[in-house]
Design a protein around this ligand. Sequence first.
Ligand code: MN3
Length: 201
Amino acid sequence: MAFTLPDLPYAHDALEPHIDARTMTIHHGKHHNGYTNKLNAAIEGTDLDGKSIEDILANLDMSNSAVRNNGGGYYNHCLFWEVMSPNGGSASSELFAAINEAFGDMDSFKEQFAKAAGTRFGSGWAWLCVHPGGKLEVCSSPNQDNPLMPGVGCGGTPILGLDVWEHAYYLNYQNRRPDYVSAFFEVINWEEVSKRYAAAK
Ligand code: MN3
Protein backbone atom coordinates (compact mmCIF):
# COMPACT_ATOMS: atom_id res chain seq x y z
CA MET A 1 0.00 0.00 0.00
CA ALA A 2 1.36 3.37 -0.98
CA PHE A 3 2.14 6.15 1.44
CA THR A 4 -0.04 9.24 1.18
CA LEU A 5 0.71 12.88 1.85
CA PRO A 6 -1.07 13.79 5.10
CA ASP A 7 -3.12 16.97 5.21
CA LEU A 8 -1.68 19.79 7.29
CA PRO A 9 -3.42 19.77 10.70
CA TYR A 10 -4.06 23.54 10.34
CA ALA A 11 -4.42 26.16 7.61
CA HIS A 12 -1.38 27.16 5.54
CA ASP A 13 -1.36 30.60 7.16
CA ALA A 14 -2.01 29.37 10.70
CA LEU A 15 1.60 29.70 11.81
CA GLU A 16 2.07 33.27 10.59
CA PRO A 17 3.94 35.46 11.27
CA HIS A 18 6.45 32.85 12.45
CA ILE A 19 6.19 30.63 9.39
CA ASP A 20 4.57 32.20 6.33
CA ALA A 21 1.78 30.70 4.25
CA ARG A 22 3.75 30.61 1.00
CA THR A 23 6.57 28.64 2.60
CA MET A 24 4.06 26.21 4.14
CA THR A 25 2.22 25.78 0.83
CA ILE A 26 5.37 24.99 -1.14
CA HIS A 27 7.00 22.97 1.63
CA HIS A 28 3.99 20.72 2.13
CA GLY A 29 2.52 20.62 -1.37
CA LYS A 30 5.76 20.38 -3.36
CA HIS A 31 8.61 19.16 -1.14
CA HIS A 32 6.75 16.72 1.12
CA ASN A 33 4.60 15.56 -1.77
CA GLY A 34 7.76 14.91 -3.78
CA TYR A 35 9.32 12.78 -1.02
CA THR A 36 6.06 10.83 -0.73
CA ASN A 37 5.85 10.04 -4.44
CA LYS A 38 9.53 9.15 -4.73
CA LEU A 39 9.34 6.91 -1.64
CA ASN A 40 6.41 5.06 -3.20
CA ALA A 41 8.30 4.66 -6.46
CA ALA A 42 11.39 3.39 -4.60
CA ILE A 43 9.57 0.68 -2.62
CA GLU A 44 7.03 -0.45 -5.21
CA GLY A 45 7.45 -4.14 -5.91
CA THR A 46 10.20 -4.56 -3.28
CA ASP A 47 9.92 -6.36 0.06
CA LEU A 48 9.57 -2.94 1.74
CA ASP A 49 6.19 -2.47 0.11
CA GLY A 50 3.47 -2.72 2.79
CA LYS A 51 5.76 -2.11 5.78
CA SER A 52 5.27 0.81 8.15
CA ILE A 53 7.54 3.82 7.66
CA GLU A 54 8.99 3.29 11.17
CA ASP A 55 9.84 -0.31 10.29
CA ILE A 56 11.39 0.74 6.97
CA LEU A 57 13.60 3.38 8.62
CA ALA A 58 14.65 1.23 11.60
CA ASN A 59 15.81 -1.60 9.35
CA LEU A 60 17.12 0.51 6.50
CA ASP A 61 20.04 -0.45 4.30
CA MET A 62 21.76 2.95 4.44
CA SER A 63 23.26 2.40 0.97
CA ASN A 64 19.71 2.48 -0.46
CA SER A 65 19.81 6.23 -1.06
CA ALA A 66 16.35 6.47 -2.68
CA VAL A 67 14.62 5.04 0.41
CA ARG A 68 17.02 6.76 2.82
CA ASN A 69 16.38 10.22 1.33
CA ASN A 70 12.71 9.91 0.50
CA GLY A 71 11.65 7.65 3.38
CA GLY A 72 13.43 10.03 5.75
CA GLY A 73 11.86 12.99 3.99
CA TYR A 74 8.42 11.42 4.21
CA TYR A 75 8.64 10.58 7.93
CA ASN A 76 10.45 13.76 9.01
CA HIS A 77 7.89 16.09 7.47
CA CYS A 78 4.94 14.06 8.83
CA LEU A 79 6.42 14.63 12.29
CA PHE A 80 7.30 18.28 11.59
CA TRP A 81 3.73 19.35 10.75
CA GLU A 82 2.37 17.61 13.85
CA VAL A 83 4.79 19.19 16.32
CA MET A 84 3.81 22.72 15.29
CA SER A 85 0.57 24.51 16.10
CA PRO A 86 -0.72 28.07 16.42
CA ASN A 87 -1.81 27.15 19.97
CA GLY A 88 0.40 24.33 21.17
CA GLY A 89 -0.10 24.73 24.90
CA SER A 90 2.64 23.73 27.28
CA ALA A 91 4.71 20.67 28.11
CA SER A 92 3.18 18.04 30.40
CA SER A 93 4.59 17.95 33.93
CA GLU A 94 6.24 14.66 33.00
CA LEU A 95 8.00 16.10 29.93
CA PHE A 96 8.85 19.30 31.78
CA ALA A 97 10.55 17.26 34.52
CA ALA A 98 12.51 15.28 31.92
CA ILE A 99 13.65 18.51 30.23
CA ASN A 100 14.79 19.91 33.57
CA GLU A 101 16.64 16.71 34.36
CA ALA A 102 18.42 16.49 30.98
CA PHE A 103 19.16 20.16 30.31
CA GLY A 104 18.73 22.05 33.61
CA ASP A 105 15.72 24.10 32.58
CA MET A 106 13.56 25.01 29.56
CA ASP A 107 15.79 27.91 28.49
CA SER A 108 18.87 25.69 28.50
CA PHE A 109 17.00 23.12 26.43
CA LYS A 110 16.13 25.83 23.89
CA GLU A 111 19.76 26.97 23.81
CA GLN A 112 20.99 23.45 23.11
CA PHE A 113 18.31 22.82 20.49
CA ALA A 114 19.03 26.15 18.78
CA LYS A 115 22.73 25.32 18.77
CA ALA A 116 22.07 21.91 17.19
CA ALA A 117 19.89 23.59 14.54
CA GLY A 118 22.31 26.46 13.96
CA THR A 119 25.48 24.40 13.69
CA ARG A 120 24.10 21.75 11.34
CA PHE A 121 26.11 22.66 8.23
CA GLY A 122 24.06 22.65 5.02
CA SER A 123 20.76 20.77 5.08
CA GLY A 124 19.38 18.64 7.88
CA TRP A 125 17.30 18.45 11.02
CA ALA A 126 17.58 19.19 14.73
CA TRP A 127 15.93 16.67 17.06
CA LEU A 128 14.72 16.11 20.57
CA CYS A 129 14.84 12.35 21.15
CA VAL A 130 13.74 10.04 23.94
CA HIS A 131 15.76 7.03 24.99
CA PRO A 132 14.13 3.97 26.58
CA GLY A 133 13.49 4.92 30.21
CA GLY A 134 12.70 8.50 29.28
CA LYS A 135 16.07 10.25 29.08
CA LEU A 136 16.08 13.11 26.55
CA GLU A 137 18.79 14.02 24.06
CA VAL A 138 19.23 16.89 21.59
CA CYS A 139 21.09 16.11 18.37
CA SER A 140 21.09 16.84 14.65
CA SER A 141 21.39 14.83 11.46
CA PRO A 142 22.28 15.67 7.85
CA ASN A 143 19.95 15.71 4.84
CA GLN A 144 16.82 13.60 5.52
CA ASP A 145 18.52 11.22 7.95
CA ASN A 146 16.49 10.43 11.05
CA PRO A 147 17.32 9.07 14.52
CA LEU A 148 15.29 5.92 13.81
CA MET A 149 17.78 4.96 11.07
CA PRO A 150 20.74 2.74 11.99
CA GLY A 151 24.05 4.46 12.79
CA VAL A 152 22.88 8.04 12.47
CA GLY A 153 24.63 8.83 15.77
CA CYS A 154 21.51 10.40 17.16
CA GLY A 155 19.68 7.87 19.26
CA GLY A 156 16.21 7.11 20.52
CA THR A 157 12.79 8.11 19.25
CA PRO A 158 12.40 11.62 17.83
CA ILE A 159 9.54 13.54 19.47
CA LEU A 160 10.38 17.02 18.14
CA GLY A 161 12.09 17.86 14.85
CA LEU A 162 13.06 21.08 13.13
CA ASP A 163 13.72 21.20 9.40
CA VAL A 164 16.76 23.43 8.76
CA TRP A 165 16.90 22.96 4.99
CA GLU A 166 16.84 26.36 3.31
CA HIS A 167 13.52 25.45 1.64
CA ALA A 168 11.98 25.55 5.15
CA TYR A 169 12.78 29.21 5.79
CA TYR A 170 14.50 31.00 2.90
CA LEU A 171 11.46 32.85 1.49
CA ASN A 172 10.81 34.58 4.80
CA TYR A 173 14.16 34.55 6.57
CA GLN A 174 16.73 34.33 3.72
CA ASN A 175 20.04 33.41 5.37
CA ARG A 176 18.85 34.18 8.90
CA ARG A 177 18.51 30.63 10.19
CA PRO A 178 18.79 31.72 13.87
CA ASP A 179 15.70 33.94 13.46
CA TYR A 180 13.78 31.01 11.98
CA VAL A 181 14.85 28.79 14.88
CA SER A 182 13.68 31.43 17.40
CA ALA A 183 10.35 31.65 15.55
CA PHE A 184 9.96 27.87 15.70
CA PHE A 185 9.92 28.01 19.50
CA GLU A 186 6.78 30.18 19.23
CA VAL A 187 4.84 27.50 17.35
CA ILE A 188 5.90 24.25 19.04
CA ASN A 189 2.93 22.00 19.75
CA TRP A 190 3.96 21.05 23.29
CA GLU A 191 0.79 19.02 23.82
CA GLU A 192 1.70 16.80 20.86
CA VAL A 193 5.37 16.56 21.93
CA SER A 194 4.20 15.56 25.44
CA LYS A 195 1.99 12.84 23.98
CA ARG A 196 4.87 11.52 21.93
CA TYR A 197 7.13 11.59 24.99
CA ALA A 198 4.63 9.56 27.01
CA ALA A 199 4.30 7.02 24.20
CA ALA A 200 8.03 6.67 23.52
CA LYS A 201 9.67 6.68 26.95
MN1 MN3 B 1 11.67 20.19 4.33
